[in-house]
Design a protein around this ligand. Structure first.
Ligand SMILES: [Zn+2]
Length: 325
């Protein structure tokens, strides 16, 4: 069962979280493999998408925010898009779009940042928006200041957290076909730090040392260990000399789990956006409009009557008529 463990280092402004996505991640891998149109994800992409899924769950669990967290990479290599969406209750879904072949053993840069133009974006989309309110979005490139490709997705996010949130973060991420897992350690901002010279300066130095020690311990975790060891063993091995305050683990219905938010009404809106002329052309060519959800693979069919209904309904609303309920 997929699980999330949150903890703080007692007396220190440092928090952490460990996530292991098992059944939920396997479901995503399987649905893609079962999709006759796309086929399975190539192995290097599975690894990156799994790492993104683990990271997105960690980030969503780390913020107090009532809305979806969307972590996506807009790529310029054979992978055009990789996206993970996590709801506040930790239900999540993930997908990626390919245009071209991914070489065996391809790196993050080779897959997504072939021209150096890829962007990683984190969007917070509030559940209820005020009129005119836009979702918050932060964006970082997939390379460092010197233009070198970052080695892995953990490095991309560490850079994001430092640049966009001014938060020192240490991340270890790993994924195979069975498990997508991640460990996050983050330094919390200290209220009023630096207001008093001297004492505060000494405190800050001591806190630097604490954070650096914990970050070094976290970084010593190998991807292989993260994938194969259970959460208790990982935390005990890494932090046995630290004092951890643990929160109740989140698993099952309260934990991270696969769920798709697609439905027929939303697919109908996509057809509406397509426009009546294109929709009618599709109907003429194929007899019906088939749309499959890129996240879960579910098929939706619309025949000529369904499509006509969508456009009639839309024009009635547009002309000021009321919807019959
Ligand atoms: Zn779906």
């Amino acid at each position: 069962m997929s699980e999330l463990h949150k903890f703080i280092f007692e007396g220190l402004p440092v928090r952490g979280a460990l996530v292991r996505l098992t059944d939920s991640w396997q479901e995503i891998v399987k649905r893609r493999a079962d999709n006759a149109q796309t086929g399975a994800y190539p192995q290097p992409l599975r690894a990156v998408l799994g790492e993104m899924a683990a990271a997105a769950v960690l980030m969503q669990s780390n913020i107090k925010f009532d809305g979806a967290l969307i972590l996506q990479v807009m790529g310029d290599g054979p992978v055009k898009l990789a996206v993970v969406e996590v709801q506040p209750d930790l239900a999540f879904r993930a997908t990626a779009t390919l245009e071209g072949a991914v070489a065996q053993g391809a790196s993050l840069g080779e897959m997504l940042n072939a021209q150096g133009q890829a962007r990683c974006a984190i969007t917070l989309d509030p559940k209820t928006r005020f009129p005119g309110q836009q979702p918050y979005q932060g964006v970082v490139p997939l390379q460092d200041d010197a233009g070198r490709d970052l080695p892995d997705f953990a490095a991309v996010l560490q850079q994001y957290m430092l640049r966009s949130e001014q938060l020192q973060t240490t991340l270890v991420l790993a994924a195979d076909d069975q498990v997508a897992a991640g460990l996050l350690i983050q330094r919390l901002p200290v209220q009023g730090a630096g207001n008093l010279e001297g004492q505060a300066g000494a405190d800050a130095e001591a806190m630097d040392e604490h954070y650096n020690r914990i970050a070094t311990l976290a970084s010593s975790l190998k991807q292989e260990e993260l994938l194969t060891l259970d959460a208790e063993t990982v935390l005990r091995r890494l932090f046995w000399e630290e004092t951890l305050a643990r929160f109740e683990p989140l698993a099952g219905d309260n934990g991270p789990r696969f769920a798709c938010t697609c439905n027929r009404e939303r697919v109908g809106k996509m057809i509406l956006n397509l426009g009546q002329i294109d929709a009618e052309q599709l109907l003429q060519e194929q007899g019906r409009i088939d749309v499959s959800c890129e996240f879960c693979g579910k098929h939706y069919h619309f025949d000529a009557v369904d499509a006509a209904q969508i456009f009639t309904e839309a024009s009635r609303i547009a002309s000021g008529g009321t919807q019959a309920h």
